[in-house]
Design a protein around this ligand. Sequence first.
Ligand code: ZN
Ligand code: ZN
Length: 292
Amino acid sequence: MSAGKCEVCLEEKLKLVTCGRCGNRKYCGAGCQRKNWPTHKHACQPKKQPSWILKITIPDSRDPQIWRTLVCPDGATFQELHYAIQVAFGWAAAHSYDFVARDPTAEERSVADIRALMQHRMALDKGEHRDFGPRQNFIRIINPDDDKMTDSMHAYGRKHSQTPEKKADKVCVGEQFNKKEWKDAEWEYMYDFGNNWGHEIEIIGRGKVDDVFECTSGNGHAIAEDVGSMSGWEELKNAYRAAQPDNEQKKKMHWFENSASNFDPEGLKERESYVDLSIINALLRTSMDCTD
Ligand SMILES: [Zn+2]
Ligand SMILES: [Zn+2]
């Protein structure tokens, strides 16, 4: 509240009410505010909120662990966050993805669920849809182009009849991170349902009111797409570490330097921790635009 003139009745007041949505209009009280709303609503734009500072880690990666700190605008959609993660981690956006808000109190899936998973898969083959195991997630945010990606057929274990799904281009990051119903949720980004690259998303703070993504720190070379999950990545690193690589290892290194979707002609030798923030941020600036 502040002193000044009501924008409707023009009365001078010591205390004025401000439009809570945009913060731009001042009224003598609720009466004038209500009267003005039918006109004001066309101009009333929600106030921008501070960006989110996210530490995103591939928890299964070791020696070095691969992580990035990303500044994410509050108004960004999950699809935009997906593209920003792709750029920051050096992925090639060649596979499908989802985001889930994990329920920390959810009952873990037991080993017996592996059998349930097999049964589930067989049920799917017959066109039936069954949940396997207890619900794990509050919400699942899906790739709107899921049907174009071949690996999306492997996402059956991530669907659940009690987990609502929303399309990533329709939901804003801030709206979901602020949800009271799952404020303690652990957010996860899963990329490639074949290789299963899980990324943990930890909210570590709030930044400025900002419309751009920025990668502020990180460690670890981009993982090669289709390398064969984490064990395949470890094998590739071992090939580069070998003093005398065998033929199999030479083939792997040649593939990584020439044919992987996110190939790196410089290879991995002494570059396992490589990350270039200036390149990432240049790409984020040119390929991402979160202003409307
Ligand atoms: Zn008034
Ligand atoms: Zn307003």
